[in-house]
Design a protein around this ligand. Structure first.
Ligand code: UDX
Length: 477
């Protein structure tokens, strides 16, 4: 039977609404766990996490039974666009608008069962419709921004400027030759950027303008109407972006990351089955000898680029663990591609569809990470002291790579990004992998990565920056 907190006891019931995409689900669940952990002994906190599932049913979620001892519960909620095969990003965002009435209904049924929602915690990219629901029902909304503080600073910078100049930048990004030019503006708090470091989405679909517009509108709504914004970063990692955001934004921004070590219990948000066999294989490899290769959950690689990558990895003679997510390579059957990789590399390589990435990155055999530089992969690598070989594609990934290489100096990069007809050749791949795994440059970035890991492990110490900010946020709630 549902019960609410007794009279006078502090009562908080958070409804968490994710964007149902792997790189957004993980940080939201991790933040919910963090809230629960640090809210202990401060009164009653309940978290209801919305699990979207593909269905064309009208949104009629079942009302869950709340038990006394249930602190985190999950509610299934239908979302028709999840049934569509590869909708464009902008179309996917638009499709979220249809959840509004179902969400209102759900919130009202919680009230009528005596466990009202007191706060919405929702992904930044679900601002429409969740901010509208929050405003309509008079509930605070906290937006989780799933990328870096630097990325939010850049969005804030662009949103403040007229869209025409952004249009010009987008045209420039489209031409590969100009991608290597310096971005003419110097953005306070950010290192000097190349044009190709600016966020673009043309790799997913040619829709940079639409997505940018959507992001800018979401940010304007957050900045003026959200109760707070939470970022999975910490002050010592991004000192200038964090301090500029707290000065420049109208909404309070809490940099309360990293949320790696709190992952226990039955709270997996993995959309794919993790292949645990790779851990047994890693157990048999020498310390720091394995290059982990993963491009996250959405990036796609062209067939010629995949072939050059496979050749480069094999020629580098390094051990590797490679995530060949189905759909990663255009026009290729991943199963036969995986077999080919294994047969050509012998016992030096292991291939999986999907890895338990946190366990992989914390494994002592892993000595490097060839990554697309999604924000989660970036901070998971940092938290484990693993140096990164950057292969950014779209969105915030190029900016993350700029910080990895030029600011934190915990990784290496290729001369150009591999896209738009530009192929990173196998011999360059071979050379850079060798540098990372056994060269002087590799030792340098490995040492820095180790130091950054130490810093990151202190942010939740008793006077750590993230803990102080989290306490302030909880008090604010
Ligand atoms: C998306 C965007 O692409 C990225 O730019 C943005 O920063 C976050 O949202 P995604 O591309 O999936 O994310 O990359 P990333 O942010 O790295 O998130 C992937 C998540 O999946 C990580 O938490 C990682 O641990 C997990 N993962 C990935 C696995 O558990 N197993 C795998 O095999 C691969």
């Amino acid at each position: 039977m549902a019960t609410r907190a007794t009279e006078g006891e502090r009562y908080l019931h958070v409804l968490a609404v994710p964007l149902p995409v792997q790189g957004h689900l993980n940080p939201l669940m991790r933040f919910c766990k963090l809230l629960l952990k640090h809210h202990q002994n401060r009164g009653s906190l309940r978290v209801t996490f919305l699990d979207f599932y593909p269905s064309n049913d009208s949104a009629e979620p079942s009302f869950p039974e709340f038990h006394h001892d249930c602190l985190l519960q999950r509610v299934r909620f239908p979302l028709s666009s999840l049934s569509q095969k590869s909708p464009s990003l902008a179309t996917f965002f638009d499709s979220l608008l249809c959840i509004q009435s179902g969400l209102e209904q759900l919130i009202q049924s919680f009230s009528s069962h005596g466990v009202p929602i007191t706060c919405l915690l929702t992904d930044f990219l679900t601002t429409f419709p969740t901010q509208d629901v929050a405003d309509k029902l008079g509930i605070n909304r906290i937006a989780l921004f799933p990328c870096s503080a630097a990325q939010l600073l850049l969005i804030n910078y662009v949103a403040l400027r007229d869209t025409l100049s952004m249009e010009t930048v987008m045209d420039a990004i489209k031409s590969t030759e100009r991608g290597d030019e310096l971005f003419s503006d110097s953005v306070a708090g950010l290192p000097r950027l190349l044009i190709r470091d600016l966020p673009h989405y043309k790799h997913v679909v040619d829709e940079t303008r639409r997505v940018w517009k959507f992001i800018n509108r979401s940010w304007e709504a957050c900045n003026s109407r959200a109760h707070a914004v939470v970022i999975n970063t910490f002050e010592e990692l991004e000192p200038s972006p964090c301090s500029l955001l707290s000065q420049d934004c109208d909404v309070p921004v809490y940099d309360v990351g990293l949320w790696i070590e709190i992952l226990t219990g039955d709270t997996s948000t993995s959309m794919h089955e993790e292949d645990e066999r790779c851990i047994g294989w890693l157990d048999q490899q020498p310390t720091s000898s394995v290059l982990y290769i993963s491009f996250g959950s959405t990036t796609k690689i062209s067939k010629p680029q995949f072939e050059a990558l496979m050749q480069g990895v094999i020629d580098s003679q390094q051990r590797f663990l490679w995530v060949m997510r189905p759909g990663l390579v255009d026009d290729i059957d991943c199963c036969s591609a995986s077999k080919e990789i294994i047969s050509r590399s012998g016992k030096r390589g292991f291939v999986v569809d999907w890895a338990p990435q946190l366990r992989v990155l914390s494994h002592s055999s892993v000595g490097g990470f060839l990554s697309h530089c999604g924000w989660n992969s970036t901070i998971e690598s940092i938290a484990n002291g693993v140096p990164i070989l950057c292969w950014p594609y779209f969105a915030d990934q190029p900016l993350n790579a700029r910080f990895i290489v030029d600011v934190w100096r915990v990784g290496l990069e290729f001369k150009h990004t591999g896209e738009d007809g530009y192929l990173i050749e196998s011999h360059e791949i071979e050379t850079v992998i060798r540098s990372l795994m056994e060269g002087k440059e590799g030792s340098f970035v490995r040492e820095n990565a180790h130091e950054l890991k130490q810093k990151s492990s202190r942010c939740f110490d008793s006077s750590g920056s993230s803990l102080l900010k989290l306490t302030a946020l909880i008090n604010d709630l």
